[in-house]
Design a protein. Structure first.
Length: 152
């Protein structure tokens, strides 16, 4: 009887996916991105290996949210100093750093361990049409040319 093969991250094939966030709902887009970063759609996925793909998101400033989240959803950050807790709503964060909206949503869907830390490094978010990683993308993850693994 043959011995089982040990799996390693060296043999993982990673693809590049491009998403256009223009007029996309934040949560629905973030779940697709998180599944690709985790590698959950791969047939040989195991929870103890980082097998995810690279994801590039453009037009992050034009992402849509439903309801009153634009004014009511709060984002917090802490400087580490007394009275250093800062708070802003989604509309203010969109003006200041729009790429952090998508990054924050996806980060909440990834594992809270060192695998999750490595997964988030493969996410590249750009507020507009241009970005240095957009040229590397071979597979389009948008709604127009959606790969079969994203149709769930």
């Amino acid at each position: 009887m043959p011995k089982p093969q040990k799996r390693s991250e060296d043999k993982v094939e990673r693809s590049w996916y491009l998403f256009d966030a223009k007029d996309q709902v934040l949560g629905r887009l973030a779940t697709k991105i998180a599944r690709l970063l985790i590698g959950k759609e791969k047939t040989d996925w195991v929870p103890y290996l980082d097998q995810g793909d690279y994801v590039v998101v453009k037009n992050a400033a034009r992402i849509e949210v439903t309801g009153k989240k634009e004014t009511q959803k709060r984002y917090f950050r802490y400087s580490g100093y007394p009275s250093g807790l800062k708070s802003e709503n989604l509309g203010e964060l969109r003006k200041r750093r729009p790429q952090e909206i998508i990054r924050h949503a996806v980060l909440g869907m990834l594992p809270k361990n060192k695998l999750g830390s490595r997964m988030i490094t493969r996410l590249f978010v750009y507020p507009g049409e241009e970005g240095e990683m957009i040229g590397k993308v071979k597979m389009d993850g948008s709604a127009n040319a959606e790969p079969s693994i994203l149709k769930k």
